[in-house]
Structures are given as C-alpha cells and as structure tokens.
Design a protein around this ligand. Sequence first.
Ligand code: ADP
Length: 413
Amino acid sequence: MLLNAQQITTLLQVSRELAGVGRPAQALGFLLDAVVDLTNSDAASVLEYDESIASLRFASLMPPQLRRSLEGVSVPVQGSIAGLAFREKRPVLVSNVAESPHRFKGIDYLSGYQTHSVVAVPILLRNEALGVLEALNKRDGSDYTGDDVAILEALASQVAFFLENQRLRQVVQKNQEDTERLNRMKSDFIAITSHELRTPLGLILGHSTFLREIIDQEYHDQLDTIVRNATRIKEIIESTTSVNNVQTGTALVHRESVSVRKIIQDAVETLSEDARRKKLNFRVEIGRSDLWVEGDAEKIGIILSNLIKNAITFTNENGHVLILAEQIPGYVKVSVIDNGIGIPAADMERIFERFYQVESHLTRRHGGMGLGLSVAKMLVELQGGKIWVESVEGKGSNFTVLLPMQAKIEAKA
Ligand code: ADP
C-alpha cells in the first residue's frame, strides 16, 4: 500500500496530537477523525480494557452522536468482535456483521446505529493488549482490506503509548495525592500529640522543680533525674514541632534586634554543666562586640544550643569545644569547633537530613533523634542565613552559621 502525501500528513498529525500535552479527549477525537478519513469509514472507536469490570469500554467514538450514546459503555470480552481482536491479539475483519457469530447486539441497540462491516485491531504494548481500535462501515459499501488493517495497526501502536502514558500519569497523580494526604495526616498527628503532651509535661516539670525546693537534699538526685529527663522530652517535642511548623509553613519568625553574644552566653551557661562532666576545655571567643542581628532570639538560641550540644556529645573526655563569633560584612558568623570524633566524608551530605545519624540507632552510644541539625538548618534558612560543616573523621568538626544582620525572613514566615 502506498500512502499519498495527504495521508502521511494526517498520520504525522495524529502522532503529534497523541504525544502532545493537550486534553486526552481531544487527542482521541483527532485520532478517530483520522481513522474515519484514512479508511473511508462512517464511524470509528477506541475501546480500553477496564480491569475492574473485566470488559472493554468505549473510550471515544466518532461521529459525535455515537460518542454521546456510547462513551463509557462496556462491551464484553467474550461475545463481541472487539473482544475477539482483544483476546486473540490479532486483527479481525468482518464484512457482514449481521451474520457474524461474534456480534454483540447490545451496542447497535443502545446507539440505534446499524453496523454492517468492521475492522478491529488490538492495541498492543509489549505484547499485552490494552484495548481495541475499530473502524465501522466503509462508505462505498466495499469490504475492509489488508490496507485498512495496516493503517489501523500503525495508529493502534501510537494509541498504545498514549494509553500507557495516561495510565502512568494517573498513577503519578494518585501517588502525589496519597503522599500529600499522608503528609497532612503526619503533620496533624505531630501537631495534636505535641499539644497534648505539652500540658502534662509542664505539670511534671513545674511540680518536680517545686518539690526539689522543699524536700531533703538526699532526694535531690532523684528529682534532678526527673527534671533532666522531662526536659529532654520537652526538647524532643519542640524539635519535632519546629520541623513540622517549618514544613507546613506555619512557623512564625519574630524580627527583633537581638544580641548573638547574649544568646551564646545563655546557651553556654545552660550546657556548661554537661561540658564540665566530660572535663572538656569549653571556651567562648567573642571579643567585645554584642553582635546585633535582626532575627528571632528563641530560634537562634535553638540553633546554637543544638550545635553546642552536639559538639559536647561527640567529643571525648578532656577534648576541646570552642565557640567563635565575629562580625563579617552583612553577617554575624558563629563557629562551633570541636576536636571530637568527626564525621565520615560519606555522611557529610546527609547529616542535615531529618532523623539522619552517623551511627546506626541500634549500636549508637549517644542519645538523640537525628533532628538537631535538621532543625538548626531549617531555622537558619528561615531567617535567611546559612549553615555548613567542615569535618575530618577522628579529628573533629567545625559547624559554621551565618546570620544576616538585616532580616531576610522568608515570605512564608
Ligand atoms: P542527634 O540529635 O541524633 O545528634 P543531629 O541532627 O543533631 O541529631 O545530628 C545528626 C548526626 O550528625 C549525629 O547523630 C552525629 O552522628 C552527627 N554529628 C552532629 N554533630 C556532630 C559533631 N559535632 N561531631 C561529630 N558528629 C556530629
């Protein structure tokens, strides 16, 4: 069979339409127009296999009056001409439909359309039948030929990719929706549980602090243990809530003039007992400046505490932890430097991820949830700053934070 220039142009246009990003209904309409035109038929249809009902279903038809009455209607796989092409994965030509044992009467009955002759080819992808492409009633009353089959098969292979694309797009969209739904559920869960845990925890902390004031010194150790552990739970809740708030865009960032010097001093004071217990050489070098930045004091406090806590945790006894702070153009730069266990090169990229820990949680000697650095990074970035690490395994780490002096708080805050 030799196609003329017009027919080749039509085939090309169909390919383009099926590969394009237009609406699926339009693309199939365009395809069926081409089928009608190229095979000189009165009507044409695409049927797609629907697994949920184990039947074929009209995805589109031409002319429009047939589409209106039959689109979405199902056709059995057993007992129909389309079903035969689908099951046996081969073209089926029928010149006198009325006499065909495979005829499915329901369709003509529903549409009021009289089918005389049919050519049906399977839509195959990697030898799996996805559906059927049909042309009905040759206009000049003649029989369908091998040429018509060849045209339909050429078009059917393109429809196969088109249907597969549609299916994959639906799968991707469904996965996206599922992920968003799960994400919302997770955020709600975190928000609700954190809220519910905060009140009883506040009471435990308040009452144990009060009891410590009034009871004998011999019980102070026990109460200190209660307070320390309840405070730890509080920190975990706060870290999880911070991540959640940043992720859901509900984090609030205050802009005020804050002294980084003061924040460092407060954090150092809170953590100096831990450093003392490990006999660390724990030093701060700030100079005389107050290091003012426009930012959120509480969040800067969390960032620096997390870094200092890690430096203390991951440095062996008698080691060094140094906090350096200085003003550089546009920023206040704070470095937390230790000569502890360091971070293996392979883990450097990932330590700022949520729940990431260098040591496996089964064998690790240190506590923690792998949230401290991800919280620090989110809070730094929320305020328009930067954070990074330089580290050598076995030698130590240097975490550096740049806080902008002028607020560069992101819009979502
Ligand atoms: P965690 O609360 O579990 O320590 P972080 O997010 O704060 O979680 O830290 C993630 C991981 O990065 C830690 O578990 C540790 O393996 C590594 N890390 C963080 N800070 C240091 C440091 N100063 N020295 C060595 N390793 C560190």
